[in-house]
Ligand binder design. Structure first.
Ligand code: ADE
Length: 373
């Protein structure tokens, strides 16, 4: 068994062992890494885009979005010149739409203040909208070889097991400690490959359940593996249960068109299009909700509608919230549609919707409304 460092709070092997650990990890990565599109390029713009898309999103989901996005916007300047609508449209379905808005704003800063070149240091990258400590370090190390550690969720798990960190990994103090451990472990000659190798290990072998320790290049040094504690680590503080958001959405039909609203540019789903809707504490009976929706259409959007009819419910689960959308349809009677607190209101046909950024939840809501005669 390798010797341990003197400080029990940071149970790192001595430097000689660390060198051997780094070599083992990098050799494994060089032989076993997945062939991913952003690993075939050294273009910092592409690497930055991949890191933005990969935040909270799985590799398999990201790949087709990444390719379509780059076909439309091959450079930071092309992205800066595009409309936000077009950017959101190409992002629709990936979720966490603030990422797309930040990416667009950051591209405009790169175009105007950095002559179209992605900044080269983690410190400069971190000045861009939407670029946090992890993304700045990942891009700086992978694209520019800066020796900085990048710790994402996968790496937190790998480090918590490797070093048997028993404090909850979602506590701020533990995160700080994991970052500092990662800095010590980092291979300073190949920092980008080292960071990606730890990510890859977390994604493919050191998975949350049933880790494949017999294939792991770090098994020899892994305290959790050696002491049979992989199933118990990492420890997470108990998550609060996701909150449930109940929404009444109404498809108002006027000939072959529906009234759609564009959300204000910032906030949840900012800039995306949706049906008029009302949030409620609990879904009241249909008999009381129908007149409420009629009053809502009239008070907020200036139109009179026929009595709404409920056609079903759509459920959507996000990390911290569950949305239950009850879907209604009603015919338009009269009035001129106002946008209310939204950014825009338009009567839009089904083909007209194809060009609009619409989140997955709202697409499903629309499909349910349209599948009903
Ligand atoms: N997750 C975050 N960054 C990644 C990368 N560069 N490769 C694979 N998965 C990742």
């Amino acid at each position: 068994m390798p010797e341990r460092g003197a400080n029990p709070a940071e149970p790192l092997p001595p430097e000689r062992e660390l060198q051997s650990l780094r070599r083992s990890l990098l050799r494994w990565f060089d032989c076993s890494k997945r062939d991913l599109p952003w690993r075939r390029t050294r273009d910092p713009y592409r690497i930055w885009l991949s890191e933005c898309m990969l935040q909270q999103t799985r590799v398999e989901t990201v790949i087709p979005y990444y390719q379509r996005f780059l076909a439309a916007f091959p450079t930071a300047t092309a992205l800066a010149d595009a409309s936000l609508q077009r950017v959101l449209k190409l992002w629709a379905g990936l979720g966490y739409y603030a990422r797309a808005r930040n990416l667009h704003r950051a591209a405009q800063i790169i175009a105007t203040q950095h002559a179209g070149h992605v900044p080269e240091s983690a410190a400069a990258l971190a000045e861009l909208p939407g670029v946090g400590r992890y993304t700045a370090a990942a891009v700086a190390s992978i694209a520019f070889g800066e020796p900085v550690a990048a710790v994402d969720g996968n790496i937190q798990r790998v480090l918590a097991r490797l070093l048997a960190v028993t404090a909850p990994i979602d506590a701020a103090a533990t995160r700080t400690r994991l970052w500092s451990l990662a800095e010590t472990l980092l291979d300073r000659k190949r920092p980008g490959a080292f960071n990606e190798a730890l990510m890859e290990l977390g994604a493919t072998l050191c998975t949350p359940t049933a880790p494949r320790c017999h294939e792991c290049p770090l098994a020899k040094w892994c305290v959790a593996h050696r002491s049979g504690r992989t199933a118990d680590l990492p420890v997470k503080a108990r998550r609060s249960a996701p909150t449930t958001l109940r929404i009444e959405a109404i498809a108002i039909r006027r000939d072959a068109r529906l009234l759609l609203l564009q959300r204000p540019p910032s906030g949840l789903y900012g800039g995306m299009w949706e049906l008029p809707s009302l949030a409620t504490d609990s879904h009241a009976g249909e008999g009381t909700t129908a007149p409420r929706l009629s009053a809502f259409a009239s008070d907020h959007h200036g139109i009179t509608i026929e009595t709404p009819r409920c056609v079903g419910t759509v459920t959507h689960v996000l990390t911290h919230r569950r949305m239950l959308v009850r879907v209604w349809i009603a015919g338009f009677r009269s009035g001129r549609a106002r946008r209310g607190s939204h950014a825009a209101a338009r009567w839009i046909s089904r083909p007209g919707r194809a060009d609009l950024p619409i989140a997955v939840l709202d697409r499903r809501t629309l499909e349910l409304a349209e599948s009903t005669k």
